[in-house]
Design a protein around this ligand. Structure first.
Ligand SMILES: Cc1cc2nc3c(=O)[nH]c(=O)nc-3n(C[C@H](O)[C@H](O)[C@H](O)COP(=O)(O)O)c2cc1C
Length: 196
């Protein structure tokens, strides 16, 4: 049995819903389990700290999760066309893992949620790919054999899974968005299994 790390930040729950769909896709592959982890918010007051254990949802990620897992699905809400600071803050602490190659040769995929449909889904996905490439990870996307990529009227891209949450976050994740997120999780798990 191998584990694939599903690491995300979500302030209002939209990105978390995609993370759960990706984890479902991973769990559908025999021999692979999903390990869900999140990151704490970064406080505007640098002395302030979050409780050591989140009040709800998965535990906070630890650096050992990166070396213990055979693959990584990483997700963030879009913030000004980029990944959110709490996730970037965690990544910026992975210098030792970079030096030792803890993630080198492992597969990874990315996912995101936005307020507006054209507000930076692809740019956010690309911004998350950059540090993963520096780590030597092998990126997995969604192939156009998934017909929904051509027909979606909300999220879902070849670069990774996405959700269009709407300006007030009121959009529920569509069946197409869910399907593409699950497909991505399953694909990542199959690649991780082959490489492990
Ligand atoms: C500071 C800030 C910046 C944002 N920037 C963008 C943006 O560039 N494009 C966009 O479409 N949505 C943007 N949003 C909206 C979030 O991406 C959107 O609400 C997302 O679905 C939240 O995901 P969550 O529920 O997982 O926290 C921004 C939100 C905040 C708070």
């Amino acid at each position: 049995m191998i584990e694939v790390l599903v690491l995300y930040y979500s302030r209002n729950g939209a990105t978390r819903r995609l993370a759960e769909a990706i984890a479902e896709g991973i769990a559908g592959v025999s021999g692979v389990e999903a390990r869900m982890r999140t990151v704490p918010a970064v406080s505007a007051v640098s002395e302030a700290t979050e409780p050591a254990i989140p009040t709800a949802g998965p535990p906070y990620v630890e650096l050992t999760d990166l070396s213990e897992c055979a693959g990584l699905a990483m997700g963030s809400p879009t913030r000004f066309g980029n990944m959110a600071a709490p996730l970037k803050y965690f990544i910026d602490q992975t210098g030792a893992q970079w030096m030792t190659g803890a993630l080198r040769g492992k597969p990874a995929c990315v996912f995101s949620s936005t307020g507006s449909l054209h507000g930076g889904q692809e740019t956010t996905l690309l911004s998350m790919m950059l540090p993963l490439l520096h780590h030597g990870m092998l990126l997995v996307g969604i192939p156009y054999s998934e017909a929904e990529l051509m027909t979606t009227s909300a999220g879902g891209t070849p670069y990774g899974a996405t959700h269009w949450a709407g300006a007030d976050g009121s959009h529920t994740v569509t069946a197409t968005e869910l399907h593409l997120a699950q497909v991505l999780g399953e694909r990542l798990a199959r690649v991780a299994l082959r490489l492990a």
